[in-house]
Design a protein around this ligand. Structure first.
Ligand SMILES: NC(=O)c1ccc[n+]([C@@H]2O[C@H](COP(=O)([O-])OP(=O)(O)OC[C@H]3O[C@@H](n4cnc5c(N)ncnc54)[C@H](OP(=O)(O)O)[C@@H]3O)[C@@H](O)[C@H]2O)c1
Length: 291
């Protein structure tokens, strides 16, 4: 069975990427187990890994996930050159009233420092795809994007993406980055559809769209009723409803990619099968309508 391959900027790679976050933040599995999970995903044909400077536990070792991904790739017996690794700059971990939180720094000089540190942690001269992780309300968006442009101009990143971005921010990125800008990574799942406008906009522009927390995430309780129709369709196909969710997202266009997260080989190996699931037009209409 061959995986679904799609185009993202100058690259072609698997439409299903391994989301690395859960392997490095609160509730992460033991380190050696995480390495095995990544190896299992790669052995199953996954050729796209999503990480970030900020994937570490609040108060813990910074860039934990980037270092984990590097070690997993260094110790994998397969073709390392085939694997596309995307990372993100602009977020860091903090505590608010003792609770682990996410904070942002989108100042251009900070982004340049983060980007260079990511290249070191990943062990590459130039990062395949580097996103601006999240807009910083303290910094005008165009200034942050100028920082990302500097990283591209200096060869720290081969291509640039943006994440958690609106249509207006996509336009700012296009105007500053030109052809270096290849991808938008936004939240999208059955419980979060506010970004559907950016799905359509990226399709029109020929940019890749990557769904983060494509299954609805693992950190907060979710409205399970939103998955009822996905469970019904899954039962008809004899697959997990998670596969139906991912296949529904991939069916939104040839520019669509999904980044399922994982804490176990079993779940990522199941998710990687979603690109083989063919949904009928009628099923897609029902999934779009949510009933
Ligand atoms: N750009 C951003 O700002 C941003 C923000 C958040 C996340 N992300 C990216 O998105 C990735 C995924 O996000 P996420 O982990 O929050 O959410 P997710 O992929 O929506 O959900 C992950 C959860 O779904 C479960 N799961 C995955 N595949 C499954 C399957 N086939 N069957 C049953 N359960 C399955 C996992 O179970 P187990 O725990 O049992 O394995 C895990 O608990 C992250 O790793 C990160 O790369 C980006």
């Amino acid at each position: 069975m061959s995986a679904l391959i799609r185009k993202i900027g100058p690259y072609t790679t698997t439409a299903i990427a391994l989301g690395g976050m859960g392997l490095s933040i609160e509730k992460k599995p033991p380190y050696e187990e995480s390495i095995e999970i990544i190896h299992d995903a790669l052995d199953a044909g996954c050729r796209f890994i999503d990480t970030a400077w900020a994937y570490y536990m609040s108060g813990g070792e910074e860039q934990h996930n980037e270092k984990l991904i590097r070690e997993a790739l260094d110790t994998w017996n397969g073709p390392r050159d085939e694997v596309l690794v995307a990372t993100k700059a602009g977020h860091f971990r903090n505590f608010t009233d003792g609770v682990p939180t996410w904070d942002v720094n989108g100042a251009p000089e900070a982004l340049i420092q983060y980007g260079k540190q990511s290249a070191v942690a990943l062990g590459v001269d130039s990062i395949d795809l580097l996103y601006f992780h999240r807009p910083d309300p303290k910094v005008p968006y165009n200034e942050s994007i100028e920082g990302m442009k500097a990283l591209y101009d200096q060869g720290v990143a081969k291509t640039i993406g943006i994440s958690n971005a609106s249509i207006e921010q996509i336009d700012i990125a296009r105007s500053i980055l030109g052809d270096a800008f290849v991808a938008v990574q936004n939240q999208l799942s059955p419980i979060y559809k506010d970004t559907l406008d950016t799905v359509e906009y990226t399709k029109k522009l020929g940019l890749a769209f990557l769904c983060w927390s494509p299954l609805g995430g693992f950190r907060k309780p979710k409205d399970e009723t939103k998955y009822d129709i996905f469970k019904e369709v899954a039962a008809a196909h004899g697959v997990s409803y998670q596969q139906v969710v991912l296949a529904w997202e991939l069916a939104m266009g040839d520019h669509m990619f999904v980044i399922p997260g994982t804490h176990r080989s079993q779940t990522i190996l199941d998710s990687l099968k979603a690109d083989q699931l063919v949904l009928s037009d009628e099923e897609l209409l029902r999934l779009n309508a949510g009933k």
